[in-house]
Write a protein that binds this ligand. Structure first.
Ligand SMILES: *Cc1c(COP(=O)(O)O)cnc(C)c1O
Length: 353
């Protein structure tokens, strides 16, 4: 654990001082016969009442599933919301700094830019692993001058490379950095790895992001999860929009989480499909390398990414061209689809000369 870590010192002064909005459902949270406190329409539509601003029932279910306490869970409108709130809570616009790895998920940059927070992107190694010295240096200095870095964003399995980040390297960052280390685990359900949630109690500077958008098959309901110390969760709670998780989302999430076995079966099938798809892609003449993946997609290095992308597009199959991303020259990213979809893709690609 980093010895100089102090969450309170990281919080922006205005956030530390402010009083959060107190909703009608904050000021009364029991059950009653008559609710005349929130200016709702009293006629029952099933959706006429404001949702639980603290998502108590949903957090109980997630806590059990993830083996953490409810007070260690923050729920957001997708992972994108906690990503944005971390900047808003901790990074003073125009002053504080963040460090990202490259290549990685594009939303960290967007959130930093929206919040006017400067950042440094530290390239991963050729095998997409962490250069911890370069990351720690980037957190300390920019163009020689000392800077105040509040957040380091990691992603494991990383998008778009698909690999898990080396455990010892991540531990080194957690031990050495006095700010928050955010590990985005959007794809952890595909990784056959326990990820970083079991280490939460050990590292007060650790934030883990997960989502229902990928393995759970619920991208459209927008439910992201941030796990951290109770103190950290309280900071995000303080600045979130009061009713950020709508009732339909809470209901759909509750229902899906009761059927974890069904999702597990889909994950097993997708892992098998991932391996078949990689085997099918590897011998194609224009494929240079299929990178090893612990996620539900494959990063594929080709001789001409644009040609592969356009050829598939013309035949109704949409890939993600990542060839303009530094470190991904020549690469397309392919999501693992249903068995039929994957066969169709291979059939199309075998005709590409
Ligand atoms: C898809 C993805 C997410 C998910 O974002 P949501 O807002 O929860 O849908 C988060 N992080 C990474 C790296 C992703 O690829």
């Amino acid at each position: 654990m980093s010895t100089n870590f102090n969450l309170n010192n990281l919080i922006r002064a205005n956030v530390r001082k402010m009083k959060p909005y107190s909703s009608a459902r904050d000021e009364f949270s029991g059950t009653a016969q008559v609710y005349l406190d929130a200016n709702e329409n009293p006629f029952d539509t099933g959706l006429n009442r404001y949702p639980d601003p603290h998502q108590k029932e949903l957090k109980k279910v997630i806590a059990k599933l993830k083996k953490v306490k409810p007070e260690n869970i923050f729920l957001g409108n997708g992972s994108d919301e906690p990503i944005d709130l971390l900047f808003r809570a901790f990074c003073e616009p125009g002053a504080d700094h963040a460090v990202f790895i490259a290549p990685s998920y594009g939303m960290y940059e967007v959130a930093a830019n929206i919040n006017n927070v400067t950042y440094t992107q530290v390239p991963l190694t050729s095998e997409f692993q962490l250069d911890t010295d370069a990351i720690l240096l980037a957190a300390k200095r920019k163009n020689g001058a000392l800077i105040s870095t509040k957040l380091i964003f990691l992603c494991s399995p990383n998008n778009p490379s698909g690999n898990l980040l080396d455990k010892a390297s991540v531990k080194h960052l957690l031990d050495s950095f006095d700010g928050l280390v955010v590990i985005d685990e959007a794809y952890i359900d595909f990784a056959e790895d326990k990820g970083w949630l079991p280490e939460l109690a050990e590292y007060p500077n650790l934030v883990v992001l997960q989502t229902l958008s990928k393995a759970w098959g619920l991208a459209s309901i927008r439910l992201g999860m941030a796990f951290g110390s109770a103190e950290l969760v309280a900071v995000l709670d303080k600045i979130k929009p009061p009713y950020n998780i709508n009732e339909l989302t809470q209901q759909a999430a509750m229902k899906a989480l009761q059927h974890a076995d069904k999702v597990q079966a889909q994950i097993s099938e997708l892992l098998e499909e991932r391996s078949k798809l990689a085997d099918g892609l590897r011998p194609l003449p224009f494929v240079i390398r299929v990178f090893p993946s612990k996620a539900n997609f494959l990063l594929v290095k080709t001789t001409d990414a644009r040609k592969v992308y356009d050829y598939c597009l013309e035949r109704g199959i949409i890939l993600r061209d990542r060839s303009k991303v530094p470190g991904c020259e020549g690469c397309v990213r392919v999501t693992v689809g249903t068995p039929e979809e994957n066969l169709k893709l291979l059939e199309v690609l075998r005709k590409l000369k």
